[in-house]
Design a protein around this ligand. Structure first.
Ligand SMILES: NC(=O)c1ccc[n+]([C@@H]2O[C@H](COP(=O)([O-])OP(=O)(O)OC[C@H]3O[C@@H](n4cnc5c(N)ncnc54)[C@H](O)[C@@H]3O)[C@@H](O)[C@H]2O)c1
Length: 316
């Protein structure tokens, strides 16, 4: 299937889900959401219907897919990297088992397209720079372990059942709505601090940085891969990359925009070790070759867009 008119987004009340739903709805697609009770936001007019429940609830998921017959599923529901370490079994249940069940239901009901967002955290910390596309995936945290498991199961279903599994591996995402609990999202937090007139300590050394993408490019990439003709999707999963910058470069840039911005560098060894192990550049030639992927945001225009968005937010 090369186009779809109805889509289900699991985890649709999260950061990426809401923005993506808005885009689908703007294009006239009927969008359904499944997310946990209590995650609803005001004025979610972009959803035709929001189902409140747990993605681990197999009966619920089965009923939604059977009754609604979405032509595409965007499976974004997940515990993120920080929370994935606190309860390993729960993480496996939500991120791996529930994903596998959902994919099997999608196969049973012949859902045309299944999108899954993975991460370059699936490569662990002993990577090469730039990261080759065929580098072995040996994740070092539970989040990465579950992402690899879903990538493999989806690819298995693609090979054995003709399942249209599409997967993107994102680097760090620069986002105005990055959760404050995500320690590795410090570049997004630094932008927020600067916009609010607060000082900021970078939890890494001055020269530390990693491959990054701006949120708008992330959303656009999901949209573009989902619209690409099926025959073009030659790779089980695509790595994406936007740009690279160091903590020092970000501090200087923010100081340029907000001359009163005060910042320091006091490395937190956990964050520093994680970021140092991740590549500065991730090769993404297959995405360009297969579905014409090209990032629009570089360091300069990402920071500009971040600050514009954060200034609007902090005015309320
Ligand atoms: N934002 C990033 O930097 C990034 C990078 C790579 C991959 N991803 C992936 O993209 C997806 C979306 O990320 P996000 O930044 O929007 O995260 P998010 O935490 O904002 O959204 C995840 C959503 O999943 C929902 N969810 C969690 N457990 C659930 C459950 N048991 N049942 C139903 N819903 C549940 C949450 O309520 C939340 O709304 C995730 O799969 C994440 O791993 C994100």
């Amino acid at each position: 299937m090369d186009t779809f008119q109805t889509a289900l987004i699991t985890g649709g009340n999260g950061n990426l889900g809401r923005l993506f739903a808005q885009q689908l709805s703007d294009k006239g697609i009927d969008v359904l959401c499944l997310d946990l009770p209590g995650t609803e936001h005001k004025n979610q007019t972009y959803y035709k219907h929001i189902f409140l429940g747990d993605v681990r609830d197999q009966d619920l998921v089965h009923r939604i897919v059977k009754d609604q017959r979405p032509q595409a599923i965007f499976h974004l529901a997940s515990l993120l990297s920080g929370s994935s370490e606190t309860d390993l079994e729960l993480t496996w249940e939500i991120n791996a088992t529930a994903s596998i069940n959902l994919m099997r239901i999608a196969v049973d009901f012949e859902v045309g397209l299944f999108f899954f967002p993975s991460t370059i955290a699936t490569y662990g910390s002993k990577t090469r720079d730039p990261l080759p596309e065929d580098f072995l995936q040996w994740p070092e945290n539970m989040y990465g372990v579950t992402k690899v498991a879903v990538e493999r199961f989806g690819t298995y279903l693609k090979q054995t059942h003709g399942f249209d599994f599409r997967c993107l591996r994102f680097p760090m995402v620069l986002s105005p709505s990055a959760p404050l609990s995500a320690k590795t999202a410090y570049p997004s937090h630094a932008c927020l601090a600067a916009a609010l007139g607060d000082s900021f300590n970078f939890p890494v050394s001055k020269e530390t940085g990693m491959s990054c993408m701006f949120l708008d490019d992330v959303i656009r990439s999901i949209f573009e891969i989902s619209l690409a003709p099926r025959a073009c999707i030659q790779s089980p999963a695509y790595n994406l990359h936007g740009f690279h910058f160091t903590a020092k470069q970000l501090g200087e840039k923010l100081k340029q925009v907000y001359p009163g911005f005060e910042y320091s560098f006091e490395a937190d060894s956990d964050v520093e070790n994680m970021i140092i192990g991740w590549p500065d550049e991730v090769l993404s030639t297959s995405a360009t070759r297969d579905w014409n992927w090209k990032p629009e945001f570089d360091f300069e225009n990402s920071i500009k867009a971040m600050l514009e968005s954060l200034t609007q937010v902090s005015m309320f």
